[in-house]
Write a protein that binds this ligand. Structure first.
Ligand code: PLP
Length: 391
């Protein structure tokens, strides 16, 4: 893992991931679920831009981590290559080409159609070991999953009879658990629990791992705990939505984005900055250039609207964000010089700007913004706390 003192080398732009914050956040989430509830760390989309292998390696040694969840088989393979041995669940549909490797690497597949079940069975035979699956139930998201009715029940029955397939889990996903009004999520929960009951009664089947809560569910729906939960955004210290109550307050963002000023210039009234001339100076303005742009995932929609932090003060963005650079106004921060550190996401003194705020300013969903942070920005991990030191 790269350490923070290598920052010089990454002066242009780098992302610092505070792994202790991730552990703290997960520990905080644990206070909302029973001690018997396992946690899936959701590390899809490269752990929401935080680096999936780095995050998963940090969390794996903790006993409360049941395993990890990703969106695609390739994301799961990457974790295995990175040395992760705990259970990994692929949340999306996995195409048949991946089944055999998934069986060999004990990667859990999400299933909801018998077509896939047939191919899964074949792959299990070839791999010489059973394939563990989690059944997805569609309780209202209308995305993927079996319907919680007689059709769904006959699917579960048929799957149960398939050789080579081990039904390890069953789960559903909330569409609106991050809203203040939980009635929609509650209705999904009831539908899900009724279906689990139906499976138990009618098929005499007890599925070991039952899960439904995402971050919002963990924080604000106590009944959604069950045998496991799937923690994503909150693990990274970010609120699922602006409608979430006090429960999200202790979360600490794990990701910061830094750069350094590469040029400073005084411009005269009437001069414009960047493409299109959308900003024209009305007075003498001191302009600093920052070598990060939308090519790094820093949204172009921040043009003329966002700000960065320099010496603990806000410096407003001037004109358009370019692919690799943008300019800010440092007129009111006279001590600024070339080479000074710039905080694009994170805190500096008493000021801070997190992914949620940046999402508001840029008109982008904060999850999307984090996922979009480019691979051109190296991830540098910092940590003090280890699983051993916490015992
Ligand atoms: C992404 C995802 C999660 C995690 O959601 P957060 O809001 O980030 O906690 C949980 N379950 C499923 C099925 C997902 O796709």
């Amino acid at each position: 893992m790269k350490m923070a003192d290598e920052a010089d080398k990454y002066g242009r732009g780098y992302i610092k991931i505070d792994l202790d914050a991730v552990v703290e956040n997960v520990n905080y989430l644990r206070t909302f679920v029973g001690s018997g509830t396992g946690i899936f760390g959701v590390v899809k989309a490269d752990a929401y831009g935080h680096g999936s292998v780095g995050v998963a390696r940090k969390l794996e040694p903790f006993g409360f981590m049941y395993g990890f969840a990703v969106a695609t088989p390739e994301e799961a393979f990457e974790l295995r290559e990175g040395g992760i041995t705990k259970p990994i669940l692929v949340l999306g549909f996995s195409f048949p080409y991946a089944y055999e490797i998934m069986a060999r690497q004990e990667i859990r597949s999400t299933v909801y159609s018998l077509d896939a079940a047939g191919a899964l069975k074949e792959a299990a035979c070839k791999a010489g070991r059973p394939l563990r699956v989690h059944i997805k139930v569609d309780t209202g998201m209308n995305r993927i999953g079996i319907t919680p009715d007689e059709h769904g029940l006959s699917f579960v029955k048929a799957l149960k009879e398939q050789e080579g397939i081990l039904i390890e889990g069953i789960y559903t996903h909330f569409a609106r658990a991050d809203e203040m009004d939980k009635s929609n999520a509650e209705a999904q929960l009831v539908t899900f629990l009724n279906f689990i009951h139906m499976i138990k009664e009618r098929l005499a089947l007890e599925i070991p791992i039952i899960h439904c809560a995402n971050s919002a569910g963990i924080l604000e729906m106590p009944r959604a705990g069950m045998s496991a939960v799937r923690a994503g955004i909150a693990m990274y210290g970010i609120t699922p939505s602006g409608e979430m109550g006090k429960a999200v307050l202790p979360l600490r963002p794990a990701l910061s984005l830094y750069s350094h000023i590469v040029r400073i210039k005084m411009i005269e009234p009437g001069q414009s900055v960047s493409y299109g001339g959308i900003f024209t100076a009305e007075k003498r303005t001191r302009v600093a250039t920052i070598p990060v742009g939308y090519g790094d995932g820093y949204p172009r929609s921040l043009s003329g609207r966002g700000y960065v932090l320099i010496h603990g003060k806000k410096a407003p963005i001037l004109g358009r964000i370019c692919m690799d650079q943008f300019m800010v106004d440092v007129s009111s921060i006279p001590e600024v010089t070339v080479g000074d550190r710039v905080v694009l996401i994170g805190s500096d003194g008493r000021e801070s700007i997190d992914a949620y705020r940046l999402g508001e300013l840029s008109g982008r969903f904060h999850y999307e913004l984090l996922c979009g942070l480019g691979l051109r920005l190296p991830r540098i991990y910092t940590q003090n706390v280890t699983a051993e030191s916490m015992k």
